[in-house]
Design a protein around this ligand. Structure first.
Ligand SMILES: C[C@](O)(CO)[C@H](O)COP(=O)(O)OP(=O)(O)OC[C@H]1O[C@@H](n2ccc(N)nc2=O)[C@H](O)[C@@H]1O
Ligand SMILES: Nc1ncnc2c1ncn2[C@@H]1O[C@H](COP(=O)(O)OP(=O)(O)OP(=O)(O)O)[C@@H](O)[C@H]1O
Length: 311
């Protein structure tokens, strides 16, 4: 009988932007209750997995120098936990090609973790269901379940309870990467501190925003984008105010801090407008670099399998 065993697997995993990020109270477990609308964007990382004599992580691309290649890397954790569950050694080399900025509020590490879970499930032929993988995903980070899910989705709880949201057509974005990153726990802590002083006001519910998504109308969506973490990110990095202003001056419909920042995401009227905004923003000297992206795109998915055929 012929059987096909994968020799190498490549997985593409998307970044995300939170179109609506309402942060509720701090829970006893140290996390905040969220109501968020995620959108997966075309800006992505690629993760290649190949059997090896020992667990090894390599990183290249955008911000690679700032990414650990030891047990602190989320793909390392993904591999050891999945191997433990399968009762095997994590003998795999994982190579990450980063397109997503590190500590940029776009869930780059989460994307890699989702890619590793999906890729190892295939490489090791574990046959775990999406639901089983989702449990591992949440253990690795609040954004990992969405990185597997992709599309546009409403997230509650820590952000892991996901429901698909209808988004007609494609939305076009310009992303301005900040100089340096922001630590996610620091930004949540700063929001708690600001709230202790009585501000900023909390976002309402995302109902109108979901109608604008269903209508596929960027002009309707633009004024409804909102992020409770934005004030905290700006408080820690005041230069983000200038970046946000510069995007609007360059012709974007709206700009928000993405997640915990410091990346700023600008919604544009269409693909041509996004290219124009990105060109103008690149020249404004308010950020490290600029990319165009579109969404929604699918969650982490295997893009290539190199098979060995066994007789
Ligand atoms: C800001 C977002 O990107 C929005 O999607 C996420 O909430 C953050 O997701 P993440 O980076 O995967 O975060 P995790 O690794 O799960 O948590 C890092 C830290 O962020 C804070 N955190 C995170 C998620 C959440 N719902 N409440 C929190 O307060 C906690 O201090 C936590 O210890
Ligand atoms: N595979 C990985 N890629 C990037 N950073 C990683 C990875 N694994 C661990 N890290 C660590 O996690 C930290 C946060 O990185 P990440 O790029 O995931 O932040 P983020 O995009 O702001 O996260 P989020 O949007 O989910 O809050 C980095 O500073 C790095 O030390």
């Amino acid at each position: 009988m012929l059987s096909v065993v994968p020799r190498a697997i490549s997985v593409r995993a998307p970044s995300k932007v939170n179109l609506h990020l309402a942060v509720g109270d701090l829970r006893p477990d140290g996390y905040h209750e969220l109501t968020t609308v995620f959108q997966a964007l075309s800006l992505s990382d690629q993760v290649d997995l190949v059997p090896a004599p020992a667990l090894t992580v390599r990183v290249r691309g955008e911000g690679a120098r700032d990414v650990p290649t030891d047990r602190r890397n989320l793909v390392w954790k993904a591999a050891t936990r999945l191997a433990h569950r399968a009762g095997r050694e994590p003998l795999v080399e994982i190579s990450i090609d980063k397109g997503i900025p590190v500590a940029g509020g776009m869930a780059g590490g989460s994307a890699d973790a989702a890619a590793a879970l999906l890729g190892l499930n295939a490489l090791w032929q574990l046959d775990l269901s999406r639901d089983e993988l989702a449990e591992f995903a949440l253990e690795l980070g609040s954004d990992v379940p969405f990185a597997m899910h992709g599309g546009t989705a409403l997230g509650t709880g820590r952000g892991e309870k996901l429901l698909p949201v209808l988004a007609r057509d494609t939305f076009h974005w310009v992303l301005a990467f900040g100089k340096g990153g922001l630590s996610t726990p620091d930004v949540f802590r700063e929001l708690d501190r600001l709230r202790g002083q009585g501000q900023p006001p909390k976002l309402g519910d995302p109902e109108k925003l979901m109608h604008a998504l269903a209508a596929g109308d960027p002009a309707q969506l633009a004024p409804l984008l909102g992020n409770d973490l934005q004030a905290a990110a700006i408080s820690l990095k005041p230069e983000l105010r200038r970046t946000l202003r510069a995007g609007i001056t360059a012709g974007a419909l709206a700009g928000i801090v993405s997640g915990s920042g410091p990346t700023c995401a600008f919604l544009c009227a269409d693909a041509d407008a996004a290219v124009e905004v990105s060109t103008e923003l690149s020249g404004a000297g308010v950020c490290r670099s600029v990319r165009v992206a579109y969404g929604p795109v699918s969650g982490a998915r295997v893009i290539d399998i190199e098979p060995i055929v066994k007789h």
